[in-house]
Design a protein around this ligand. Structure first.
Ligand SMILES: Nc1nc2c(c(=O)[nH]1)N=C([C@H](O)[C@H](O)COP(=O)(O)OP(=O)(O)OP(=O)(O)O)CN2
Length: 178
């Protein structure tokens, strides 16, 4: 009985050291990977800015006008108001040594214009924009929707979408990192 006890004690000490060893070696591998990535991968971020103006209101259709005004204030005015929005699209990845580009900014401009700007510019976000249907037309929801639209196109280019930043006014902006 005593030998059994002694054996299981030794076993659990051995298990302890094996698990510590495994954790440490995992840590070493991830540290090595980070050092490798830091020295050899040169991650670069580039941004394209586009502008559009659009009308909207912040109001839930299932709330009364008074309820909407209580929460959203003048932004809930029934007859809409407009903003000059600024959209910043940032993509990241590595520079192609042949071209010196991460992606061609002219290509990025075209993708943003085709899939976003043409759909929102001089429109009503609540009424005219398919990807905002059924959503509250806040800057947060707009940024998330723009991310969802652009992400697959950016991925196709081999780059990665990093950030969608939208200024609704000079003082108010939203950033979304997916
Ligand atoms: N979390 C959010 N809050 C608000 C949003 C939004 O999208 N997300 N939007 C609005 C209004 O639509 C609008 O942006 C606010 O206008 P305003 O208060 O006039 O903001 P300004 O920067 O133009 O005015 P200041 O004078 O700088 O306050 C409200 N909230």
């Amino acid at each position: 009985m005593e030998t059994d006890n002694c054996f299981s004690k030794k076993n659990s000490i051995l298990n302890f050291f094996v698990s510590v060893y495994l954790r440490l070696s995992n840590l070493c591998l991830s540290t090595l990977y980070c050092i490798f990535a830091f020295y050899f991968e040169k991650m670069i971020y580039i941004t394209r800015r586009e502008s559009f103006n659009a009308a909207h209101k912040l109001a839930r259709p299932d709330w009364t006008e008074d309820e909407n005004t209580a929460v959203f204030g003048k932004c809930a005015n029934p007859n809409w108001h407009g903003h000059n929005y600024q959209l910043y699209v940032t993509v990241k990845g590595e520079v192609n040594p042949e071209t010196g580009f991460l992606v061609d900014l002219k290509w990025l401009k075209q993708v943003i214009n085709t899939h976003v700007i043409d759909k929102v510019d001089h429109r009503n976000l609540n009424l005219d924009v398919d990807f905002m249907k059924g959503k509250l037309a806040s800057t947060e929801n707009l940024a998330i929707a723009v991310w969802d639209i652009l992400k697959p196109h950016v991925n196709e280019s081999g780059a990665e979408l990093h950030c969608i930043k939208i200024y609704e006014t000079d003082n108010n902006y939203v950033e979304y990192f997916g």
